[in-house]
Write a protein that binds this ligand. Structure first.
Ligand SMILES: [Zn+2]
Ligand SMILES: [Zn+2]
Ligand SMILES: [Zn+2]
Length: 352
């Protein structure tokens, strides 16, 4: 398959973006707020709310003891946030190759009907933006009709089971035609009624004819050869997480967060460092956007979208008996991460 590079300049079909974004062009303005100020007070988790989240979490683990969660004393509580940056780049790629299909009759749409359009001139659009899909299109005016290369135009080919003979040697009588072990020399009941004579069994695959329909031309004998265009739309995703303390990124990715910044455009610009409180976020954004330009070097970049999800995290240090531990309540849905919870053994025993 030959990849056809998009024509310069690499500006996509703007028709699928909404008119406001088309007018904004490449650069969309940033909202006026900073990430730090958008954490609403409802995300602040009180000690009591954190304890009930922990209790529910512990009860979901059948072997865990609930005593530590109930009786621990919290020694410190800290509110924090993780920032989850996601960049999506929506690209279109076009690849052309020769293809064939059975020619079922009628006139082929060949070069005599007009000049074939170049691959990027053919109209094709995705069913919706930011959705990966593939469409296969026959390029107009490229078809010609040729005899099938497999069956040389006959529409049939020798049966591969019987090698064109229409029969195989009868396995029941080893091709003798007589029932084995029969004193009276009776005819073999398996091949006795064969149309090819005794000792020969009719081939089931070809119905004893010796020829089967050609699978390449579907027995039409002729093929339509044409240029086939494969148009692939793809959502390329890059992401970066920062500020998650000790909560694993896999957990933060699945937690409910609040959208801090969201922007869609034909291109998005890296997050300016003065609107994000974590400067690594701006660096990661610039890095991922630059990587996505390389990914799309052979493709048309149709649109980009990036967002920062803010996931609140409450870190609680606690003491239970003589044990010091830490647990985290994270996400708007108040999920719990308690990696060193002291009562995780079966039988209610503890590590103390
Ligand atoms: Zn037989
Ligand atoms: Zn056969
Ligand atoms: Zn054929």
């Amino acid at each position: 398959m030959m990849c056809v590079p998009p024509p310069e300049p690499c500006i996509g079909d703007f028709g699928m973006l909404d008119p406001e974004q088309q007018m904004l062009g490449t650069w969309a303005p940033y909202p006026e707020y900073s990430l730090r100020t958008i954490i609403p007070h409802s995300c602040q988790v009180s000690e009591a709310a954190a304890r009930s989240a922990l209790m529910a979490y512990v009860k979901n683990h059948c072997c865990w003891g609930v005593g530590a969660a109930r009786n621990m004393s919290v020694t410190s509580i800290r509110q924090n946030c993780a920032y989850h940056y996601i960049l999506q780049t929506f690209t279109e790629k076009r690849e052309a190759r020769w293809a064939w299909a059975p020619h079922v009759g009628g006139d082929a749409d060949g070069p005599d009907q007009g000049a074939a359009p170049s691959p990027w001139d053919l109209p094709a659009s995705p069913s919706k933006p930011f959705h990966s899909e593939v469409k296969v299109i026959e390029v107009p005016h490229t078809a010609s009709v040729k005899p099938c290369h497999r069956c040389r135009g006959t529409g049939t080919m020798a049966c591969p089971s019987c090698h064109g003979k229409g029969f195989t040697r009868c396995l029941a009588c080893q091709g003798e035609g007589w029932g084995l072990g029969s004193e009276s020399r009776e005819r073999c009941i398996v091949c006795g009624s064969s149309s090819h004579g005794h000792g020969r069994q009719d081939c089931n695959r070809c119905g004893a004819k010796g020829r089967v329909a050609c699978p390449v031309c579907d027995s039409y004998g002729q093929l339509k050869c044409f240029i086939q265009l494969t148009v692939s739309w793809k959502v390329n995703v890059g992401e970066y997480i920062t500020g998650g303390d000790e909560v694993p990124h896999d957990l933060l990715r699945q937690a409910d967060g609040q959208i801090g910044i969201e922007e869609t455009g034909i291109r998005v610009a890296p997050l300016p460092s003065d609107i994000v409180s974590d400067e690594t976020l701006a660096m990661a954004s610039a890095q991922l956007i630059s990587e996505h330009f390389q990914v799309s070097s052979n493709a048309l970049l149709l649109a980009q979208r990036h967002q920062v999800r803010v996931v609140p995290i409450t870190t609680l240090h606690y003491r239970w008996k003589n044990y010091d531990g830490t647990y985290f309540v994270y996400g708007l849905d108040k999920k719990v991460h308690a990696p060193d919870y002291p009562q995780t053994c079966c039988c209610g025993c503890t590590i103390l």
